[in-house]
Design a protein around this ligand. Sequence first.
Ligand code: GAP
Length: 513
Amino acid sequence: MANQDDQFKKVISHAKEYGYIFQSSEIYDGLSAVYDYAQNGVELKKNIRNYWWKAMVQLNDNIVGLDSSIFMHPKTWKASGHVDAFSDPLIDNKDSKKRYRADVLVEDYCAKIEAKIDKEVKKAAKRFGDAFNKDEFVATNGRVLGYKEKIDSILKRLGESLTNEDLADVKALIEELEIVCPLSGSRNWTDVKQFNLMFGTKLGASAESAMDLYLRPETAQGIFVNFANVQKTGRMKIPFGIAQTGKAFRNEIVARQFIFRMREFEQMEMQFFIKPGTQMEWYDFWKENRLKWHKSLGLGEDNYRFHDHEKLAHYADAASDIEFKFPFGFKELEGIHSRTDFDLKAHEAHSGKKLQYFDHEENKSYTPYVLETSIGLDRMFLAVFSSSLMEEELENNTTRTVLKLPAVLAPTKAAIFPLVKKDGLPEIAKQIVEDLKWDFNVAYDEKDAVGKRYRRQDAAGTPFCITVDHDTIDDKMVTIRHRDTMEQKRVAIADLKDIIGQEVDVKHWLKRM
Ligand code: GAP
């Protein structure tokens, strides 16, 4: 079993080799924490976005979509609190001159303790064999409990120090835990300072008249400023939601995290407007609903957990992350935030425009409360991609690399091969491609032996391979091979559309929710 670092490196190199993700401007040595989606990546990303949009917008008659602009009036970010409070606590190592997020240094320290718990669990599982009960072991083993207590007390203190803006205590915590710089190995740290994450730019031709703008650091504010427009023109009744997907920008201090933490990334957010006082009900509802959405993809039940926030953002009265087991451990994938009426009230105050809702049942106006679900599309991509990449031992003592992407998300649904490049087989295979391409993304491949072509498609994540052979000429049947089971079946060409359709159909997958 490769260690976490090796596994993560494999994910990154596989993503490049199979045309999923490239470093941005690679010919100029790249740009840090910025990435491009290649020919397969763009399809996978689009399919994830569609899967979210279908579940959130099309299947909910009280949620509508929006596509607001990246540039927004600068007052937006004053009202939202981003100008004053959207910053990370940073610390520099004086020897390596490297800059880190102070909270991430502490969290990474806790992740190492977490890894020790995993090790204890694995050891015990081996010792007790079939009789092993993981939940009971974790709840009773003295060493595990000690580790957990340590993590809880560290994170509690970190949360409190950050909430109280006590940056000196964050530094003290780093020193007490004897955290060293991963590069220099030294404990020669500067003080912790806050650093605003928004990118600034200018709008306008001349230097004098130019207006200072920010690239949006979240898509959510585009929804809040359009609340009244959408509510009125869509005649929306509370509770209702507005959803959008789009780019967001943050000047992140990053350390080799690939697409987990980027400076330019895409969010899929939904703001759900509700009656004040009902927020806890909806908070529980959306936590459960979003977890079901994740689990419908079959990436592994044990790969998810909730992390309820100790430290709440300035706008929230409750918040939880859905964490996913990435190759580098459990980390935030999606946030569910109870945002109260903070945003609408703040925009009302800064714009002077009324952002209220008239409730006909109650015969009164009020500022709605908001429940937000916010997921990073790139992070979701990494979750899907990294958990799908596997090395499998085969019966004949060989291994295969297979990317077991959920079929509904796979960039190419089927690859069609002629067994040989002659005797009219390529023509039949190409005709199958012509027929299927109206319904699915399909590929034609005639190069190399069939076995090699299977391996290539396995590694690229294609769920089906279809081979045309000499018998096809007479019986109009082909061999269809399933990526995950490697099972092969002879089926009629006329049935291919239905066979593939059943497995890649969004409905088939989302019905599992
Ligand atoms: N509107 C709320 C909001 O933006 P957030 O927790 O800052 O909340 C929401 O971000 C989600 O966006 C995160 O759970 C994560 O999936 C994604 N995200 C945030 N920063 C990111 C970054 N630098 N790179 C990639 N994804 C990011």
